[in-house]
Design a protein around this ligand. Structure first.
Ligand code: DI6
Ligand code: FE
Length: 419
């Protein structure tokens, strides 16, 4: 456990006392917990975290502002897999699915992802931003400080770039860090209905290089599935990503097992996401490559799936597990990361500690971010404060938000004060 102050000689900007800290640092203490903790912040970064008794002076002498806490502090939450930027909604398909139509049938009939593509292409930047903000604000009210956002509802160069631009703009109008993933290999656009390889040609030759040249891509994603793209097609996209120096991740083994997890691991991928149908060979490949498993219980729940991700195998091989909303209009109309804690435990049998690590430390790893995700000296001071008496309370409650305050790079805000 880090307990040393940074050797600046300057007082900190602020310090939080009279609270417990769930640092999420690996170690003997569950949750990396520190009872009666102090957390000092300077220049947007954590300058001290440890027992209050280890402070070298009175809190008032160490920092300009002393926050008398109560409850628990965690790292700011990280939602590492979202499709937050899109137009329209698919409530009508929800009705059809309840009447017996499957997600795949709806997709093959031109609904599903393609109906969201039509609605998204129809919106300009401002309208797309306006459609997205209520969803983002819902996440931010629950202590989220970093999100990933994918493209994938444009499926043509201009619309894909527009989605990524709007995703980046979210960070200009709200207190949040945004990482963008290029997901043109999400569905086959109507223009290429009988020519999937022709579309992949376009993705590799034009779309991805254009998005990368515009500086809009932090990672490259794909949908490897019978209703998406084959491993051979995804491999071509990954080759292009590699030539551009971009990390990869993949929607893999969601509805069937095509070996996508082993494929993304082969490219040293950041994460394989969904993974309900993952087998032991895939788990072993991920373990070897250090690829994170991103679990998405919202999609599992909404699709009423019955095959659960192989949690025991992932544990046995030491594959880190992240949890995320997969916020999207089709299979996971979810804008609560706290609800994913509960579903991760109830549906997938994660422990509450694994679940909380999955939306903090491991979620940061899934995004390739080494500067956040735990409470430790030097990390960004992205923090969440909770009116709870134990961290398990975050997974236990359903539809209740005990977030009292959020801190973005050292700057506190009330949870719902962002709009
Ligand atoms: N898997 C999913 O769960 C989402 N995309 C994907 O590749 C679904 C997206 C949608 O139905 O709009
Ligand atoms: Fe997804």
């Amino acid at each position: 456990m880090e307990t040393m102050a940074m050797p600046t000689g300057q007082p900190w900007d602020s310090v939080w006392i009279n609270l417990s800290a769930a640092t999420l640092q690996p170690g003997p203490e569950p949750y990396g917990a520190i009872p009666d903790a102090a957390v000092g912040v300077k220049d947007g970064h954590i300058a001290f975290v440890g027992p209050r008794a280890d402070l070298t002076d009175r809190a008032q002498a160490l920092a300009h502002t002393v926050h008398d806490g109560g409850g628990w502090m965690t790292p700011g939450l990280i939602d590492c897999h979202t499709h937050l930027v899109y137009g329209g909604n698919r409530a009508r398909e929800f009705e059809l699915r309840l009447q017996g139509a499957s997600y795949e049938e709806i997709a093959r009939a031109g609904g599903g992802i393609l109906s969201t593509v039509r609605a998204t292409r129809a919106l300009d930047d401002d309208a797309l931003l306006a459609a997205t903000l209520p969803r983002l604000d819902s996440l931010l009210a629950e202590g989220v400080t970093t999100i990933e956002v994918k493209s994938g509802y444009g499926l043509e160069t201009d619309s894909e770039l527009r989605m990524l631009r709007v995703a980046r703009r979210l960070a200009e109008v709200r207190p949040v860090t945004v990482r963008t993933s290029f997901l043109a290999a999400h569905a086959l656009p109507p223009e290429f209905r009988d020519d999937p390889d022709g579309y992949i040609d376009l993705v590799c030759r034009d779309m991805l290089p254009a998005a990368a040249a515009a500086g809009l891509v932090d990672a490259v994603d794909g949908f490897c599935e019978g209703i998406g793209f084959s491993p051979a097609q995804i491999r071509r996209v990954f080759e292009t990503a590699r030539s551009l120096g971009l990390p990869v991740k993949l929607h893999a083994e969601q509805l069937s097992n095509l070996g996508g997890a082993a494929l993304v691991a082969d490219y040293g991928g950041l994460s394989a996401d969904h993974v309900e149908h993952l087998d032991e060979a895939g788990v072993a490949a991920m373990a070897k490559a250090g690829t994170v498993a991103v679990l998405l219980p919202g999609a599992f729940y909404a699709l009423r799936e019955t095959t659960r991700p192989p949690i025991d195998l992932l544990r046995r091989y030491g594959v880190p597990m992240a949890l995320s909303t997969d916020s999207n209009p089709g299979t996971s109309p979810v804008t609560s990361l706290l609800l994913m804690l509960n579903m991760g435990c109830t549906l997938f049998r994660l422990t509450p500690e694994e679940a909380l690590a999955g939306i903090t430390r491991v979620a940061a790893q899934a995004l390739g971010l080494t500067d956040r995700g735990t409470l430790r000296v030097g990390a960004w001071a992205d923090l969440a404060l909770w009116d709870i008496d134990h961290p398990a309370a975050l997974s236990y409650a359903i539809g209740f938000n005990p977030c009292r305050a959020v801190v973005n790079a050292g700057v506190p805000r009330a949870p719902r004060s962002v709009a």
